[in-house]
Design a protein around this ligand. Sequence first.
Ligand code: TRP
Length: 460
Amino acid sequence: MERENFASKVGAILAAAGSAVGLGNVWRFPIETGQNGGAAFIIIYIICIIVLGLPIMISEFLIGRYTHSNTAGAYRILSDGSPWKWVGRLGVFTGWFILCYYSVVGGWTMHYTFLSADNVFSGVPAKEFGDIFDGFASNPWKPLFWLYLFIGIIHFVITKGVQSGIEKSAKLMMPTLFIITVVLTVCSVSLPGASKGLEFLLKPDWSKVDSGVILQAMGQAFFSLSLGMGCLCTYASYFDKKTPLGKTAVNVSLIDTFIAIMAGFIIFPSVFNIGMNPNEVGVGASLTFISLPNVFQHAFGDGSILAILFSTLFYFLLFVAALTSAISLHEVATAYVTEEFKLSRKKGAAIVTLTILVLGTLCSLSFGPLSDVKVFDRNFFSMFDDFSGMVLLPLGGMLISIFSGWVLDRQLYRNEISNGGDLRTPYFKLLIFSLRYIAPIAIGLVFLGQLGVFELIGMQ
Ligand code: TRP
């Protein structure tokens, strides 16, 4: 079967950036930054990206492009029959696992876009936003409808293929996302009292930085850049031989970090404008679907056109961000099923979509009818979220860095990142040093930290 490539370098960067820019940029990064030392946190985050993120991203790119294969195939080809082949399979599994709960939230963002546009939030007292969200999430049908619609859109794009599906949609959606981000940022920073919000986000406070904060920055950098499983490896398998891997990785990281910081510029001026305590806005779903609808409504004038527009655009932005990331997750599994089991793209995508529909349904219902069903003490949604974030991704990231630092042939590595000697790679030695020593140790610490091992032995 002929394998497709991305048609252009820009398309390749936008697709990879689409994977990276997602819910993580909006519902975690800004609040983590504000609470953990502002600019100090941002600096640490950027160091994590340079020291750990870039080397691993470049490795994932290289493994994908060199083998021109899906993630499981890529590690199989490079592992020469050794157990390292399991790293690729683990990656496929992780992506599929993340997609199950990520799509549920994708559906919520669509629902909230429509609620905003319909002016449903006007005149609602602050304390009732929680009831609106709980009422929706626990309803047995409504969230499923949006979940299926969200998965349907992903499926549509994936079946169109690499160029006319993934690349074309990224070329349309990423500029849209960028424009909406700029518009919302401008509106938000011109609110009265905006400077307090920016101060909360940016004022460096090094006293807040401790080992826990550093671990948090590392974990966030990893999730935000889509590292540790094979999204970027799969996309890179569609790069052509001339794509400069180092430069592409830097571009993707810059776009991702820029959008994450702008998300803070969008959120905090409004929070301060209405006099809310930023430490009470919550994180994740409660921030996004309970605090923010209220915040936007009151910052821009309850029921005003501006409030409606701002809120609608914000949820649409989240939807686009979530969609491009979800597409990249789906593609990892689709490429795997299609190539390893020699099926047509249509069939491969259908199999993946069906399994996501079933497990996504369980995750969605875990806020309502299935809320009492616990696996490892958690409802389905949290189990999928925690198991992938706390176990699968750090494990994958660690194995990928060890594999590329210790197992992959050095000459092959050098040859591939320099495009056969065409590009200068003065950073090569540092890159290998990070992959061999810094990254595995650092990710190992994040791993232990997330599992709560440090608290257990009284170190935090
Ligand atoms: N990076 C995306 C976000 O910030 C989510 C995501 C997509 C992801 N693909 C991934 C996270 C692969 C980890 C691994 O929301």
